[in-house]
Design a protein around this ligand. Sequence first.
Ligand code: ADP
Ligand code: 5GP
Length: 187
Amino acid sequence: MGKLIIFSAPSGAGKSTIVNYLLSQNLNLRFSISATSRLPRGEEKHGVEYYFHTPEEFRQKIENNEFLEYEEVYKDKFYGTLKAEVQRIFDNGGNVIFDVDVVGGCNIKKYYGDKALSIFVEPPSISELRNRLISRGTDSPEIIEARVAKAEYEMTFASEFDVIIKNDNLEEAKAKALQVVKEFLAT
Ligand code: ADP
Ligand code: 5GP
């Protein structure tokens, strides 16, 4: 069985950017593609960023006990880690990397214990978080405000994580992430 790297943060903190950087680094990491009931945004494709499902299909998967964990991260928007997805990565000899919300991150860490490293990506401030979501250009003003509104609460989870990486300067944050992940995989 491989190891697990968990990235959590408020939306807009930069975790996808850092996760994508780590995936390019030949660390035998495979991204755990989550299921979601939100609609694809931009160029997102089913089976690449997410498995996109209708609310009804998502509910069916809950009933079938297919999730390792799932959360209603935003109102009526469900996201969850499929047991079969993690198993598929382990069966192929990979280490798993997750981009999940703070509650999901804590749950996966609890489940796997020392096999997992949990990393919280901290934004420099809430106003910078809003700026990043605006400049990312993928969400409507209403969605951005809902995400910013939740960020303060999400920040209170930081101390539950093994490592906190402040993402002020992106190059420094990427270097720190690479260092802690390499160390963890080597132990
Ligand atoms: P998340 O996955 O946490 O929602 P993203 O990785 O999508 O966040 O980053 C949100 C936006 O902020 C993206 O447009 C990204 O390019 C940008 N970004 C990420 N890190 C930084 C940084 N250190 N400084 C400025 N912009 C950043
Ligand atoms: P987004 O809509 O920006 O892709 O993701 C919104 C939030 O849902 C992010 O915090 C992301 O990490 C989280 N998320 C994505 N997949 C999962 C998952 O499988 N489980 C949980 N709990 N959260 C997830």
